[in-house]
Design a protein around this ligand. Structure first.
Ligand SMILES: O=C(O)C1=C[C@@H](OP(=O)(O)O)[C@@H](O)[C@H](O)C1
Ligand SMILES: C=C(OP(=O)(O)O)C(=O)O
Length: 426
């Protein structure tokens, strides 16, 4: 596929697809709760379909009624799947489900695609084993294929060594079924969708700054919930607006949970014109209005900001190529453990387009402003890298040549990405 340089600004509005992290959790909570859960606006991306199919294979009944998904919860009584569970490209499905499977009294074999097979699972395998689950995996990183046999769980006191919402959530799921009170400490605040959703299902959790306490065993009860628009998906259009001269977009009903919106703080500090309108407190959504100004400056992105923008760092790196001066991204080693090693994949993508970008062990330094040139983009199973390549193509002399299966890769999180792009191109 070829993406060509835009001659006109981006204009109009987009209603964002629903949030991937929240969709995964809504399906998981609905599947382990007792009774019926109704989910409005579930994201039907490849990763979320992976989560749906895993629970169906473990006996959970679900059906669509109109646009709503209705789940008949299992009350934590899942059944052993007849085949391996294939988690495809989805790290969230793999790590969170291991936390749920840790309390299930049967053995399950877990596999994934070539990208997921490389991603470390020891971050959940170690604490879940300490709680009593039997986890067998590959090598020192405990990569997939994993065999997990759950059962009786003990509570633990555990300082989570990496800033990871996936690890935190996996442990919360396990702690809900342990005999006693578990106590976790996070290194930095990561996305808190699980902590917010658990009480909606009747669960109890104590959260104070970076400390979390969960008593088990607890039962959960089905509920009705609506998934907000995905801020991470919105970030591609925010950056597109900020780099295509004359652009102006309204992004509607986007989730603006502060643990996710580091990119808003970052682009404001860089000098962007961006505002939140129509804030809806009950759903924590807002419309984001963003306007091109053209005079952005490089900044440092580090520390507590990193978990608040972890999935936005590829597209922020593109933005940095269009800002004056140096952008320094550090404390972001976690980028190396995503769908690709995002420090090296982002560096090679932007370098191939002529950017001044230097990779480091835990980040990158990008010096702008650079006129980007066209590139033959290599196929990569990383949806966020591929969306970054598309947006970069909108400003590159002669555009970008993209891999043929790019739509399929992007459907991991954003199945209507190209439809939305066409809507705002004039
Ligand atoms: O909990 C989640 O839904 C996610 C947490 C983050 O991963 P880590 O927990 O590995 O940082 C993020 O990168 C991923 O896209 C989704
Ligand atoms: C890292 C991501 O997802 P996951 O870990 O679920 O594969 C992502 O969506 O950028």
């Amino acid at each position: 596929m070829k993406i060509t340089k835009l001659m006109n600004p981006l204009k109009g509005e987009i209603e964002l697809p629903s949030d991937k992290s929240i969709s995964h959790r809504a399906v998981m909570f609905g599947s382990i709760a007792k009774g019926k859960t109704i989910i409005h606006r579930l994201l039907l991306s490849a990763d979320v379909k992976t989560t749906l199919s895993a629970f169906q294979k473990m006996g959970v009944k679900m059906k669509f009624v109109g646009d709503d998904l209705e789940i008949e919860g299992s009350n934590f009584h899942l059944t052993q799947p007849r085949t391996s569970l294939d988690f495809g490209n989805s790290g969230t499905t793999a790590r969170l489900l291991m936390g749920i499977l840790a309390s299930q009294n049967f053995e399950t074999h877990l596999v994934g695609d070539e990208s997921l097979l490389k991603r470390p699972m020891n971050r959940v395998a170690i604490p879940l084993s300490l709680m009593g689950a039997d986890v067998r995996a590959q090598g020192s990183q405990a990569t997939l294929p994993v065999t997990i046999k759950g059962g009786h769980l003990n509570p633990i006191n555990y300082e989570i060594p990496v800033a990871s919402a996936q690890v935190k959530t996996s442990l919360i799921f396990a702690a809900l079924r342990a005999q006693g009170k578990s106590h976790f400490i996070e290194q930095l605040q990561t996305r808190d969708h699980t902590e917010r959703m658990l009480p909606l299902f009747g669960g109890k959790i104590e959260v104070k700054d970076l400390e979390i306490k969960v008593s088990g065993p607890q039962n959960l009860f089905g509920t009705t919930l609506t998934v907000p628009g995905d801020f991470s998906s919105a970030s591609f259009w925010i950056v597109a607006t900020l780099i295509v001269p004359g652009s102006e977009l309204l992004l509607k009903k986007v989730g603006v949970n502060p643990t996710r919106t580091g990119l808003l703080d970052i682009v404001k500090t860089m000098g962007a014109k961006i505002e939140l309108l129509n804030f809806d407190h009950s759903h924590e959504t807002a419309d984001i209005h963003v306007t091109y100004t053209g005079d952005l400056r490089g900044i440092e992105i580090s520390g507590e900001l990193i978990p608040r923008c972890i999935d936005e760092l590829p597209i922020l790196s593109l933005l940095a190529t269009q800002a004056t001066g140096e952008t320094v991204i550090k404390n972001a080693k976690e980028l190396r453990f995503k769908e690709s090693d995002r420090i090296s994949s982002v560096t090679s993508l932007l370098k191939s387009m002529g950017a001044d970008i230097t990779p480091y062990e835990d980040g990158m330094i990008i010096v702008g402003k650079t006129d980007l040139s066209s590139s033959e983009v290599e196929a990569n199973k990383d949806h966020r890298l591929m969306m970054t390549a598309v947006i970069a193509g909108l400003i590159a002399e002669n555009g970008n040549n993209l891999p043929d299966n790019i739509e399929e890769i992007i459907s991991t999180s954003y199945p209507t990405f190209f439809e939305d792009l066409r809507k705002i191109c004039q």
